[in-house]
Design a protein around this ligand. Structure first.
Ligand code: AMP
Length: 451
């Protein structure tokens, strides 16, 4: 496919020519018609796949020239660096079109940004916090937004921006197109899609550049967390083979728990990154791992992406990713730059379904290795594993259960909940004076007097 096949207009084609791009990337090919259709879209693609242009090309193609001041396209991204980057990309693409683009983010003077907003714009790129502040100040009107793009939504949710996103949704017109891009699928991303998207079309480019045949994949069946730790310690004792190991876990608490377990056995060899650690701590950990100071890095899916660490000898999936795309992203961290890589995945009985989904996506089986006899099988379950055997329905416990969703954010505000009974003024007055006292009553009295 070429860019001509996308029926782009000449100014866009010229801009692409200037950039020296010869053909659309796979995600650009997949996204074009879907985004053009106006339907809600969920795209799974990592940075580096050309995903920014994947949503910007169709948006710019269909954005008509307008002099109106309020923005029509809103792009939310998690960090200020990304605001700058996305604005730059849009500017390159709209070189020959009259499109007004503005980037806003926190930590800088809001008044300068207010002035810029007041000058009028078509496309606004923003971090959620600053966007909300600007919208509350009323300088920024969001009522004309036709398209909302949320980029890197997995990072955004992992950084705790869910509430801010929902507050922003409340300010947007209901009739709009939602477009979301995420590198990984997480439970939180899934929830957001289910709550706010209308029958989205899903597109995905699962593997990012790493040819699968560069990676030898194997798997173990392991009954529980503690046994997984035992197996891991056993494998890692072979320091020659397992010389640079990236271990993946699904969520922060699990990352910390595993770190504590490994740190006692493999002192000074392990570091950990997830979004509750400070930026400095994360950078230090990544550097220590990159440079070989630490042999082992534990990471959550969201935090590990974008990591360009060379020569990872093994990727170990300590848990089996529920979303098969995540598995592809994880193993793509090894076997880079034509080097051979190796990956292992540990699965409990509960995780067998996920293994099947991964094998379906890759259209190949992952060989099962025999559980080493020397490794001790533990029967001791951790808290999360014990919780799984819980009562399905116990009215006394309702509301305390972590899994029970709280009240929806979209519940009506108190004043909107009232049922309109008509004649509210009369009722209020009647309540206060215990008898009707309205103009109508006064007239009635007057009429009585006259009689
Ligand atoms: P992104 O995934 O949006 O961060 O893009 C990664 C890089 O690929 C950016 O520097 C883009 O300028 C570049 N890029 C985007 N589309 C193409 C394309 N069709 N051909 C070559 N490079 C591209």
């Amino acid at each position: 496919m070429t860019f001509q096949d996308l029926n782009l207009n000449t100014p866009l084609l010229n801009a692409i020519n200037d950039l020296g791009f010869t053909k659309p990337t796979p995600i650009q090919e997949q996204a074009f018609n879907v985004v053009s259709s106006g339907r809600d879209v969920v795209g799974i693609a990592q940075t580096g796949t050309g995903k920014t242009f994947a949503y910007m090309l169709p948006i710019l193609k269909h954005l008509k020239f307008s002099k109106q001041e309020n923005p029509r396209v809103l792009i939310l991204v998690p960090t200020r660096e990304l605001v700058v980057q996305v604005v730059e990309e849009i500017e390159k693409l709209s070189k020959y079109i009259n499109t007004r683009v503005l980037g806003v983010y926190g930590g800088t003077n809001i008044n300068t940004q207010k002035q810029a907003v007041a000058e009028g714009l078509d496309i606004l790129v923003a971090t959620p916090g600053r966007l909300y502040d600007l919208a509350l100040s009323r300088v920024l009107q969001l009522k004309s937004i036709q398209k909302l793009v949320i980029d890197e939504v997995d990072v955004m949710l992992d950084l705790g921006f869910r509430h801010q996103l929902i507050n922003i949704f409340d300010l947007l017109p209901e009739r709009r197109q939602n477009i979301m891009f995420s590198a990984t699928m997480t439970h939180d991303v899934d929830l957001l899609i289910n709550d706010f998207f209308r029958n989205p079309i899903r597109i995905s480019v699962a593997v990012s550049g790493t040819p699968l045949d560069n990676i030898s994949q194997n798997r173990y069946n392991v009954p529980n967390f503690n046994t997984k730790v035992n197996l891991l310690v056993h494998l890692l004792s072979n320091t020659e083979t397992f010389n640079k190991v990236l271990i993946f876990v699904a969520y922060k608490r699990m990352a910390d728990r595993l770190f504590e377990n490994l740190d006692t056995v493999l002192r000074d060899e392990v570091c950990v990154i997830h979004s509750n650690k400070t930026q400095n701590y994360r950078l230090r950990s990544i550097e220590a791992f990159s440079e070989g100071e630490h042999r082992i890095l534990i990471a959550t899916d969201v935090m590990a992406r974008g990591l360009d660490i060379n020569n990872v000898s093994h990727v170990i999936n300590f848990d089996t990713p529920e979303y098969p795309e995540n598995y592809m992203h994880r193993i793509g961290r090894t076997g880079r730059a034509e080097r051979k890589g190796a990956s292992l995945v540990f699965s409990t009985e509960k995780e067998q379904k996920a293994i099947e989904a991964i094998e379906r996506l890759m259209d190949m089986k992952i060989p099962l290795l025999e559980f080493p006899e020397v490794v001790e099988i533990s029967n001791e379950l951790i808290e999360e594993e014990q919780q799984q055997i819980k009562e399905h329905y116990n009215p006394l416990k309702r509301g305390q259960d972590e899994d029970t969703p709280g009240p929806a954010f979209h519940e009506k505000k108190e004043k909107n909940k009232k049922v309109n009974q008509g004649g509210s003024y009369r009722r209020e007055i009647a309540k206060k004076y215990k008898k009707p006292k309205t103009r109508g009553d006064k007239n009635a009295k007057r009429r009585k007097k006259r009689k």
